[in-house]
Design a protein around this ligand. Structure first.
Ligand code: UFG
Length: 339
């Protein structure tokens, strides 16, 4: 079985490549390296002792995709590639819609032309109508009413792929709705390496720990949550990667479109994460309480029952492991892949 992984040099993509290679899959990565480093793939090969094939290609480039499908027999595609910064998407909505929708459409068209009809898509918990639906979110809960263009691109891509699956009985689409991935491979060789100032909590904390940032800003401590800070469903990136393996197996044995949450079902607050990280690293994380961040919800966590029942997958790694592995990656790679 050969799996094409778009965006395979990125954070979730690289961890998924490890799991695929370790489970006997041949892996082809297509990535334009616009927000990532090819070094991640060398590390994936080091971890697994296996090789993969890399194409430096933009997934919007149909001719480039065509060449990849001409040269390889691809059984399934996992589509990670896309712009992902929530705040930036409100500044550059047209770029986000153009890139994130055009890439999915190009990919599905080229796949159809080559008779490859299985796609796993990187969606997000952000598609849930979190302003009107309370946590935990289950797959049947209402979606839409997204708070930013990034979220809408996930919502729209799910719909595009759902319509593709409805139009052709041979198509299999799995839309995976991720909650908040953190952690790293336990080797410390691969992990999250955001460019610029991290938008997300965990990379920000770990950069404070290695001295790249002065202090953490906690965005609000007056939410209606146990300690007033925002609550999220943090999931170890290796659990998330293993969820993709199960999704590939599911796509091989089913047709049609299916949606699955990938979360733990447990919510932790910002303060819980700070404390757990301090314990795992032995380093104090200075913080200040700042204004709420626009668009943030008080709490957001998953109902993971469907994934367990139908995919046969559940998250097994706890918060301690998530913090330990994040720290192991960050302390060994204080400047990410570049240093
Ligand atoms: N937070 C801080 N300080 C920071 C960064 C974050 O206090 O410097 C807080 C946020 O307010 C929130 C929590 O930490 O309460 C988590 O924030 P993240 O930015 O790490 O994650 P979000 O839940 O906001 O966003 C994530 C993904 C998005 C996805 C969204 C919805 O990054 O891609 O979940 O599921 F759209």
């Amino acid at each position: 079985m050969t799996v094409l992984v778009t965006g395979g040099t990125g954070y979730i993509g690289s961890h998924t490549c490890v799991v695929l290679l370790e489970n006997g899959y041949d892996v082809i990565v297509a990535d334009d390296l616009s927000n990532s480093s090819e070094e991640a793939l060398r590390r994936v090969e080091r971890i697994t002792g296996k090789t993969l094939t890399f194409y430096k290609a933009d997934v919007c480039d149909r001719a480039a995709l065509d060449r990849i499908f001409e040269a390889n027999k691809i059984d399934c595609v996992i589509h990670f590639a896309g712009f992902k910064a929530v705040g930036e998407s409100t500044q550059k909505p047209l770029e986000y819609y153009d890139n994130n929708l055009a890439s999915t459409i190009s990919l599905a068209k080229v796949m159809s032309e080559h008779g490859c009809k299985r796609m796993i898509f990187s969606s997000s918990a952000t598609v849930y109508d979190g302003r009107n639906v309370p946590s935990p979110f289950s797959e049947t809960d209402r979606t839409g009413n997204c708070t930013n263009p990034y979220g809408w691109t996930k919502f729209m891509n799910e719909q595009i792929l759902r319509d593709w699956a409805a139009s052709d009985p041979g198509v299999s689409v799995v839309n995976l709705r991720y909650f908040n991935p953190i952690g790293a491979h336990p080797s410390g060789l691969i992990g999250e390496d955001p460019s610029g100032i991290p938008n997300n909590l965990m990379p920000y904390i770990s950069q404070v720990a290695v001295g790249r940032r002065d202090h953490l800003n906690i965005f609000g401590n007056d939410y209606d949550t146990p300690d007033g800070t925002g609550v999220r469903d943090y999931i170890h990136v290796m659990d998330l990667a293993e969820g993709h393996l199960k999704a590939v197996e599911y796509a091989v044995s089913h047709t049609g479109e299916e949606v699955f949450n990938l979360g733990t079902g447990t919510g932790y607050s910002v303060m819980d994460i700070v404390k757990a990280f301090e314990k795992a690293s032995g380093i104090r994380i200075p913080y200040v309480i700042a204004e709420r961040r626009p668009g943030d919800l008080a709490e957001l966590y998953s109902d993971p029952v469907k994934s367990k029942k139908i995919l046969g997958w559940e998250a097994v790694r706890g918060l301690e492991e998530m913090c330990r592995d994040t720290w192991n990656w960050q302390k060994n790679n204080p400047n990410g892949y570049e240093g």
